[in-house]
Ligand binder design. Structure first.
Ligand SMILES: *Cc1c(COP(=O)(O)O)cnc(C)c1O
Length: 414
């Protein structure tokens, strides 16, 4: 267990989290390097001898130190913007192991990617293929691409993060793919080398991913028969994690073993793009209780972290387990809310919690993925610090923003 109580104090690896909170202040994100590496290695190891590429989905947590940790471990990266490309290169990631996904890449982003020598593009429209071809031609390069197909399977997840149905903006209808691969032969600066799909996120029952893999492999057989040199299949990310005590998330090893049963004999390199399942349960958001407040019908625990720091509860009604950094007797039922001027600003609703009081420190768990990266300066709140733990040592990997950061680039009207 990476996060656990020891002598009534909540630890991350071999470090008491209250030491970090007292020193860095709150709110503050804390990540375990051991947890991140464990998850990445679980993917890598489960593929064994099968040619594979585990491309960490940068959008889940794009801190340079997190990327560096994974780059040093040999990870590839799945990016969705020129900014993410910049981060991966700055962190020392291998450009050849970069997959550039996303539904709307600009010409400037495509040019930067080609100049950097990225491995491949996952493209989602013919219009974009034409632009990649044109830019590659100008640079005198051949660009490799996969079409992201939409296999029309339903991942049973939150509607905002389900992406594999026909009426979603993502991908190309799998039935249209052969015609598009055929027409793409006219693009002389492109080479079709793969097929990709990604059906959604926080998927706890992964049978739809297996179903999608089956459909994509059938498509690949057809494309190969039509003379396309398809060498890799990219099955996206999306594996879910346990957010609640007792919630059962599939193990990475079992998931990949089941996936391998479908793909082992196809003679392809298998790429996957996990994000949440690598960093999600490796991070917590530390916050301090400011006040307790009672309304006629509710108990509120007002804390110094808010929806601008962690938007998942407000955006997806997501559940994050909240624990005090010092084990506490007694129980209350409360809404845990932040200082932002929105009723939607809550971290938990009607939650049974240990009986905390003003001044107590809390950990909002499972906050390593889609936490800091979705933070904002709403209400002119400075974004929190980020800390990386390694064993019993820790360091700040992003300083807390200052008020000067808030107004950088703004000019008062004269
Ligand atoms: C978001 C995304 C991922 C990562 O999804 P997780 O649920 O975090 O594993 C992978 N690939 C693509 C194309 C994505 O959009």
């Amino acid at each position: 267990m990476i996060f656990r109580y020891q002598d009534d104090k909540l630890f991350c690896e071999m470090l008491a989290l209250e030491d970090v909170a007292e020193s860095v202040g709150t709110p503050c994100y804390v990540y375990s390097s051991a947890a991140i590496l464990q998850a990445w290695r679980a993917y890598d190891a489960a593929f064994g001898e099968l040619p594979h590429l585990v491309c960490y989905a940068v959008k889940a947590n794009s801190n340079l130190s997190v990327l560096k940790l994974l780059a040093d471990a040999g990870a590839g990266f799945d990016i969705v913007s020129g900014g993410e490309l910049f981060r991966v290169l700055r962190a020392g990631g291998d450009p050849k192991k970069i997959v550039f996904s996303g539904v709307g890449k600009t010409e400037a982003e495509i040019e930067l990617a080609l100049q950097s020598g990225i491995g491949t593009f996952n493209s989602e429209s013919e219009g974009e293929l034409a632009v990649i071809d044109q830019v590659a031609g100008r640079l005198g390069l051949i660009a490799e691409f996969s079409l992201r197909v939409n296999p029309d399977v339903n991942a049973d997840t939150h509607p905002y993060i389900s992406t594999g149905l026909r009426d979603h903006k993502f991908g190309i209808d799998i039935a249209d793919a052969p015609a598009i691969y055929a027409r793409a032969r006219q693009f002389t600066n492109l080479r079709a080398s793969g097929v990709s799909c990604h059906i959604g996120s926080q998927i706890l029952d992964y049978s739809p991913i297996l179903e999608a893999a089956g459909k994509v492999l059938t498509l690949i057989e057809q494309l190969q028969a039509e003379g396309h040199a398809i060498r890799h299949v990219d099955l996206g990310g999306g594996l879910g994690i346990a957010y609640k005590d007792g919630e059962n998330a599939p193990s990475i090893a079992t998931f990949i073993a089941d996936l391998r049963e479908r793909v082992d004999r196809a003679g392809l390199t298998v790429t996957i793009e996990p994000g949440r399942s690598i960093v999600g349960n490796a991070g917590v958001l530390l916050t301090r209780v400011l006040y307790l407040k009672k309304s006629p019908s509710k108990q509120f625990v007002i804390v110094d972290a808010a929806m601008n720091d962690l938007i998942r509860p407000a955006l997806y009604k997501a559940h994050h387990t909240i624990r005090p950094l010092r084990a506490t007797e007694g129980a209350i039922v409360a809404d845990v809310v932040g200082p932002v001027c929105e009723t939607g600003d809550f971290l938990a609703r009607d939650r049974e919690l240990p009986a905390v009081i003003a001044g107590d420190l809390l950990a909002v768990e499972s906050a390593g993925a889609y936490g800091f990266v979705q933070s904002s300066n709403y209400n002119s709140r400075t974004r929190p610090a980020e800390v990386l733990v390694e064993g019993s040592s820790w360091r700040i990997i992003r300083s807390r923003e200052t008020n000067e950061d808030l107004v950088r680039g703004e000019e008062p009207l004269l």
